[in-house]
Design a protein around this ligand. Sequence first.
Ligand SMILES: *[C@@H]1O[C@H](CO)[C@@H](O)[C@H](O)[C@H]1NC(C)=O
Ligand SMILES: *[C@@H]1O[C@H](CO)[C@@H](O)[C@H](O)[C@H]1NC(C)=O
Length: 469
Amino acid sequence: MMMHLKTLLFSFLWIAVRSKPDAIVWGPGLNSRIVLPVRYFFIQFLDETGENITESLGEKAVSLTIDQEDGSRARIWSQILDRGDGSYIARYRLYQAYDNLVISLLYNKQHIADSPYKLKGRPLYQEKCYCPIKSKEKWSKALQCDKKYQQIDDDLALFKDIDMKEVTKTVLPKFDNPGAHSLCHYKIIDNKIYRKTHGEHVGFKMFTDAMFLSLARKVKLPDVEFFVNLGDWPLVDKRRYKNDLFPIFSWCGSDETADIIMPTYDITESTIEMMGRVSLDIFSTQANTGPNWEEKIEKGFWRGRDSRQERLDLVMMSRKHPDLINASLTNMFFFPKDEAKYGKIEKAISFFDFFQYKYQINIDGTVAAYRLPYLLAGNSVVLKQDSNYYEYFYHQLKPYEHYIPFKRDLSDLIEKLNWAKSHDSEKYSKLLKSKPEIEAGFELVSQPTDQDSQCHCKRKEKVIILYSC
Ligand SMILES: *[C@@H]1O[C@H](CO)[C@@H](O)[C@H](O)[C@H]1NC(C)=O
Ligand SMILES: *[C@@H]1O[C@H](CO)[C@@H](O)[C@H](O)[C@H]1NC(C)=O
């Protein structure tokens, strides 16, 4: 309550002294060349001395409108997300291509920063428009992609050259267990995606399809072929295949395997379907992080299913230390039910409600827990189980900066929770804001083709007019 009052008073004062509110505004959503499923940019308010404001100015403080230059309406869904710390995320999805757009950002009816922003497109393409840029370099430069992505560079460094005829001959017999392994052999030829699946459970190909299709709509992909592992476990055991490693793309890596790691289906799907079918994404999380730090419940929190022994151990631990940990199973599938030991199966709660708690406990499931990026995007402190499993961005994370590590067997978890409690300061909640590196990794993915929107692709060469979007 105190916080809200303070914020309110502060905002009043602030409006009173400033004629033009100050803010810095930046991000890819202000660059007409960057085509994303959902375009986005950030707004950081500044006080009169030019310092960042670190408290919310109210959920509705900023208004965002996007119209065409002549004032007519555009088929766009836009949204402002309050990160609760003086910064906001503006995001929008185009449902049609436009030659130009004007983005207005108002605070208290006044334009902020350099608003209105005029975006000149050639045109500005919507996500579903098939209109690939020929030059991969231009495309990645516009997106300001990093020069280096350590994980993929390291993964690829294991291979000198790849003869896919040979690889196909070796890989398929090795994983010829249709119930257990699911592989998808992709070939991209002339920017068209072809694939052949191997195995019984290949439903997850829809996620990889969506990602490659989306990429192909934006940039001309090189002719290439590769295997994607549609299962959870990485496959290329380093010891077993020491002398003849073969390339397979997987979502989850491990210290014992040599799979090439790409972003999980979870993160690509939530990026592609953002402001659509999916409501939990890396941005919505940042605007739904529950109460202020001071008002969060001072306990470790966990919910999930019984996909690993340590998850059960955690639940038992929580029953022993209810003052420190609130952990429950929401489903039992792998282990026999035992209410006396693990308590009742609880109804799953909204992910956003996790952030009622100060400490988020992250424990592997069958492999890495794919919720970690969302936990990191929140403003609670993440405690992460030591693990051999990793996703594409884990190696960029630093212990005690992005998360607090605890032992795989949970033996020091209580100690680490107590440590966190005794080192409670503003600092931590600040440290654990969203990491731009994570965001950068999934800008490149997108969704299936669009039936109901118009797309006049002016990049098209004469011959390719076959594709009407
Ligand atoms: C102010 O906010 C911007 C954007 O969030 C950030 O890059 C910068 O480091 C902040 N400055 C300080 C002094 O915290
Ligand atoms: C654990 O968390 C749930 C969800 O926030 C809450 O309803 C429940 O009362 C908590 N249990 C304890 C023992 O605090």
